[in-house]
Write a protein that binds this ligand. Structure first.
Ligand code: BEZ
Ligand code: FE
Length: 298
């Protein structure tokens, strides 16, 4: 009599992988099957528990639309996004270390998050993207160089943040349009400068299934204040990162594990008066200075 039942279901699934399929896909799907089966065994998972997991993931999918990405939020709050970023950073740092001429390490990357919006307006250096927004004004300036301190000219810096109360344009509902976003290009010395607001801490969206998960885990949903930037130019490894004000709450417990010490920056507070770029402000403002380093693409 034919034997149809499988004694080792994990191996049986792996044996069904057709020869000639993409090698990296094979590696990844094999890892997924092995680890998922091992987890089910380790937890001695009950059918109702597996069904609860399926219902949770269904809800995560149903919560996504063109402005809300609950799967990215799930990946972020479980630390998976940041783990992937760190592995990529380690690869990049190893390349920079192998480059004997390198004098600087590339700037550390962190999570992109769900609020990047492609196509922000291209503005002149020194522009103010925070005018009329809740929050105290902040002047951002510095340079972009390569690992040998050579300025990177005409380098794009795409910046975005929530307002001084932690609200992003994409969360405003209706079609509020873009705010607190822009693309700047470095000058002939690799310098950048622009005005925005000092970003405030805020909760990641917690009114969906990921919020339920955080509450079940006894965790708060807050991120420390930060401004996002994507820094890129042909010939260099693109960088997606943040700057965090050094006095922000939640630096030690970011809901998405995105804080790197090297990205924490003092925001100096100034009384109303003349700013570093000569502008005169009638209310207190901050200044933050940071130099970015990009690795050459190999
Ligand atoms: C953010 O920084 O915008 C963000 C990152 C991860 C999850 C939610 C928000
Ligand atoms: Fe953010």
């Amino acid at each position: 009599m034919n034997q149809h039942q499988t004694s080792d279901i994990t191996q049986a699934v792996l044996d069904r992988l057709a020869p000639g399929t993409d090698p990296r896909f094979r590696e990844i799907i094999t890892g997924v099957v092995r680890h998922a089966h091992a987890l089910v065994r380790e937890l001695d998972l009950k059918p109702q528990e597996w069904m609860a997991a399926i219902q949770f993931l269904t809800k995560v999918g149903q919560t996504c639309d063109d402005k809300r990405q609950e799967f990215i939020l799930l990946s972020d709050t479980l630390g998976i996004s940041m783990l992937v970023v760190q592995l990529e950073q380690a690869r990049r740092s190893a390349q920079a270390l192998a480059d004997r001429a390198a004098r600087l390490q590339p700037t550390e990357a962190t999570v992109q998050g769900p609020f990047y919006w492609e196509g922000a307006p291209e503005l002149a250096l020194g522009s103010d993207i925070g005018q009329g927004m809740p929050g105290e004004p902040a002047y951002y300036s510095g340079r972009v160089t390569d690992t040998q301190r050579k300025p990177i000219v005409n380098c794009c810096m795409d910046v975005w943040s929530g307002d001084g109360e932690g609200v992003y344009d994409m969360q405003m509902g209706g079609d509020a349009g873009m705010r607190l976003r822009a693309r700047f290009h470095t000058d002939a010395e690799g310098r950048y400068r622009f005005w925005s607001i000092k970003p405030s801490f805020y909760p990641v969206p917690d009114d969906g299934p990921v919020g339920d998960m955080l509450r079940a885990m006894g965790r708060h949903p807050n991120r420390p204040g930060h401004i996002h930037m994507m820094v890129y130019r042909d010939g260099y490894v693109p960088l997606t990162t943040h700057l965090f004000p050094a006095d922000s709450p939640y630096l030690d417990s970011d809901a998405v594990f995105g804080v790197r010490d090297s990205l924490i920056v003092p925001f100096e507070r100034h009384a109303a008066g003349k700013a570093p770029d000569g502008r005169v402000l009638d209310r207190p403002f901050h200044s933050a200075q940071y130099d970015f380093v990009l690795a050459a693409a190999t």
